[in-house]
Design a binder for this molecule. Sequence first.
Ligand code: IMP
Ligand code: MG
Length: 338
Amino acid sequence: MPLIVVVGGFFGDEGKGKVVSYLGLIDKPSICVRTGSINAGHTVNYNGKSWKLRILPSCFVNESTRLMVAPGALFKVDVLLREIEDTKAHGRVWVDANAGIIEDKHVENERNNEYLMKTIGSTGQGVGAAMVDRVLRVLKTAKDIPELRGMITDVSKDVNEELDRGGEVIVEGTQGTFLSLYHGTYPFVTSRDTTAAGIISEVGVSPRLVSDIVLVFKSYVTRVGAGELPGELSPEEVVARGWVERGTVTGRPRRAAPFNIELARRAVMLNRPTQIAITKFDALFPEARGKRRWVDLPVSARRWIEDITEALKVPVTLIGTGEDSLDMIDMRREVVGP
Ligand code: IMP
Ligand code: MG
């Protein structure tokens, strides 16, 4: 009954979408659950196509997987319906009755809030404002929306039953450990707990049932919006290193810094992963681009991975080497066993 939780290790945008889409294609899980909300953009590139998802699970690329939205998640109805169209996922998308609904008033409310937009650098998607209404118990939930009627389910029941049957379930976290409302760089954080414990709490599954926690780090650190970023590079240096990125949801340029082992250590402490995934490895080692086997990596690149494993005392099992979902070196069998 494997239950795999995928968590971001830094400030979001580590490449969780790519990791989850890869696991979807290889593991073919019965269920994939998205947590979080539409402030988080997950990019999936597969077979020459690209999708930017804000609420549908990135496992959609595997056509036999049931795609679920967690009770702790929040979304705008139009965003969900558009993503179902874009991914042609009709008929296999299920939304928990208690998932929160973001309305236009929440978006307006946030965009008119100068503190949130200027000081914190919110993505302005209405997520925090809707969370406020959820806590005040006035937020609409999925069961109140007629257009969602055919998609409503009980996600925690579905997930628990599937695990009891021996099926595989992947839970896709959002953002990153240091954007957690409780464990991040408060107040420069998002409106939820983004660590492994917070993610499974959004689904309604016991910590005892988790078999793997995959902590995702990019080979360098990025951050959008305000808040500290240790080792931050100048915009010119970011260009020179080829690390220029823009936010999936807002299009804002991402700030960047080199990989930070101290931050990574703290993320390991907070999430206690069983495995680590490193994405965009080809940004550090261009010779690694597109490689899918460990033996094809140059010695310096292998050394870098071995050093990380040694320093964090957690095996690096997945290494992303290109945009495509399948551009991945997968050492799960070698390191963790079949
Ligand atoms: P909010 O959650 O949209 O209010 O944004 C609060 C802070 O979290 C801002 O610094 C955002 O840039 C950041 N943030 C929220 N969601 C994401 C994400 O998915 N990736 C990266 N940063 C995010
Ligand atoms: Mg993102």
